[in-house]
Design a protein around this ligand. Sequence first.
Ligand SMILES: Nc1ncnc2c1ncn2[C@@H]1O[C@H](COP(=O)(O)OP(=O)(O)O)[C@@H](O)[C@H]1O
Ligand SMILES: [Mg+2]
Length: 361
Amino acid sequence: MAGVTLDKVVKAYNQTVTVHGIDLEIAEGEFIVLVGPSGCGKSTTLRMIAGLETVTGGEIRIDGKRVNDLQPGERDIAMVFQNYALYPHLSVAENIVFGLKLRKVPKSDIAERLKRTAEVLGLDELLDRKPRQLSGGQRQRVAMGRALIRNPSVFLFDEPLSNLDAKLRVQMRTEIKALHARIPTTTVYVTHDQVEAMTLADRVVVMNKGAIEQIAPPEELYLKPATRFVAGFIGSPGMNFFPSSIEDSGEALSLRLSDGQSLVVPAHRVDLFRKLAGKPALLGIRPEHFALDQGPVAIDITAGLVEPLGMETLVHFDLGNDPTVARLLPQSSIRSGAKLRLSVDMNRVHLLDPETDLVLV
Ligand SMILES: Nc1ncnc2c1ncn2[C@@H]1O[C@H](COP(=O)(O)OP(=O)(O)O)[C@@H](O)[C@H]1O
Ligand SMILES: [Mg+2]
C-alpha cells in the first residue's frame, strides 16, 4: 500500500488548461472518490496518476516518490475502466491471470493468487466460462479480479459501474465497499454519480471545471458544503437557492424572499445571521427541509408538478421566480395546483454570498 500526493498538478492540451493545479493528499488505505459533472477533469486527473497522460505542471508522488516520468507499468497501480475489454476467447481464469503471465510470475504463485482472488470476488464457480457466458456484473467482477490479483499499491477506478443497470450498480457498489473493507488498498475512484461517491468514499473530492471545490467526508459535504456548486451538486435533488435579504426589526430577524414572504430566524441562530443583515444574501434550503406539518416558520405555495416516488413525494413549485422542489413524506392527496403551506426547518437553512458563491452559514 501507498499514499498518493498531487502537488499543484496541471494538465493542458495544447493551450487549453483542463486541470488547474490541484492539490490532494491521499492517505495509505484511503478510499477517495473524485466526483463532478461530465468534462470537469476527473478522468484526466486519474489518468495522470496512472501514467496514461503526461503531467503538464506540478508533481505526483506515490509512496513519497515522484512518478511524473515513470511509465504506467513502473507505478505499482492497477486500473479498472468503464469499458473493461475482456478477451472473448479466453476463460475467466485466463483473463484474470493474463497480466501475471506477461510479467512472468511463477506458475504456482499464479495458481495460489487466482484461487484467492476468485474466492474474494465470488468467481470460483465461473473460472472455466468465457466472458459471453457471464452476466454484466460477473464480467465487471472479472475486470476487478484482473486488477486485484496484481496486489497493487493503488487501485484506480474510472466509472467502473456506468455500463451496468441501476440495480446491479447498487449491488456492485456494495461489493466494492466490502472488498475495500477486507483489503484496504489505497483507492482513487472516479464517478459522476454523487450517490456512488457518498456511499463509497472515506473522503469525497468534488471537482468543477478542472478545479477542486471541496474535499470532505460524505456527511460533512452534505452538512457543511463550502460552495454553491457543492450545495447544489450533493443531495438528490440538490439544494434550492433564493435571493433574499436579512431584515432586522430589533425584535426579530427574518429573511425576506423575492415574493414578499418572510421567514423568521430562530433565536439561537440570530447572532450568526445578524452579521449579514442589510446585505443581499442567497438563501439555501434543501428539498428535505420543507415539510407539510405546521412548523413555526412556513411559506404558502401552489404545487406545480408532483412526483410520487413511493417513499417520498417531490413537489415542484415557484417561489417568486425561483423554481423550487420540496421532498415531502408520501401524500397521495397532493395534486398539481393545490395550495399548500410548507414549514421550513430554519435550523438547517444556509446563507451564501451571491457574489463569491461561498456558503457563509
Ligand atoms: N486528448 C484530449 N485532447 C484535448 N482535450 C481533452 C482530451 N481529453 C480530455 N480533454 C478535455 O479535458 C476536459 C476534461 O475531460 P475529462 O477528464 O475526460 O472529464 P471527466 O472525466 O470529468 O468527464 C474536457 O473538457 C475534455 O474535452
Ligand atoms: Mg471521465
